[in-house]
Design a protein around this ligand. Sequence first.
Ligand code: BMA
Length: 331
Amino acid sequence: MPITEPLKSSPVITRYPGNPILRADHVPYGPALVFNAGVTKFRGRYVMMFRNDYGSAADRTLLPSRTTNIGLAYSDDGIHWDVQEKPCFGLHSEEIIRTYDPRLTVIGDRCYVCFAVDTKHGVRGGIAVTDDFESFEVLSLSAPDNRNMVLFPEKIGGKYVRLERPFPVYGKGGKDSFDIWISDSPDLKYWGNTELLLGLESVPFANDKLGPAAPPIRTPHGWLTTFHTVDIDPARGRNGWEDSWKKRYCAGLMLLDLDNPYKIIGLSSEPLLAPEADYEREGGFRNDVIFPGGMILEDDGEVKIYYGAADTVECLAAAHVDELVKLCLKG
Ligand code: BMA
């Protein structure tokens, strides 16, 4: 059933007035789109790994789809970015088509990157580690189809924990209907204890699929984490560069138990962010898409949320951590 209610962003969150904070023309190697970044604070500065796709709205034979790099930018304030000269990461082989949608988590003194990999035999979720954003060691690649992985920033009960989103098409009768799952690992290589965390039916503003968004942050009340939600309406038509785009992506928010993140202790029944701003709704490759990939808790309680908008630009919004927790607990 299409979602007929208008979807609005929560009043607790404010978009940065200078959005977008990163666009294709900020990047020296000429991509068409810059979006879906992972962002964290690492060794005293903000670091962003962003997705950049090549292509053109004008030349329809060049629609972006399979031509993706991952670029790198640094910042002292989390708002203004110094984009590095070259893309920094991507797996390359006969089998691999592209690497995309990075998410960054600092654990101890190392930075871990979760990413999606399209291969000739399905979509895999990968985890790599880096100390300098120049060399990366790949620690694990999942079985297909799985992606949208995010790591918790510390071990819980002696184990690493990740959220993930497999897409069991066959088991769901051949249609999209995807949920968020959770697994743990002793070493970030071998993953198990996999359980369903959040089913699509629990989110009133989604009817198609969910996926983890930015990696969780610790609060005294629980692990706070965003997720993306998708609703589809077959009546929607052209809404971007492609002939047809029927989906809308919003951001949702939930709170997980600190000692047992397999347990949801709060879930907002309304979107945290729904597409409303021009740069989220118009002129993009795929309009009406909000795709958070980074969340940073500042010392004063401000939470910065970084998100890709319309699969075209990277944006920032902020809220106070207490307000976000309240939103989850209110239900
Ligand atoms: C998802 C992913 C994201 C993208 C979104 C909207 O399936 O491919 O990278 O932002 O679709 O196109």
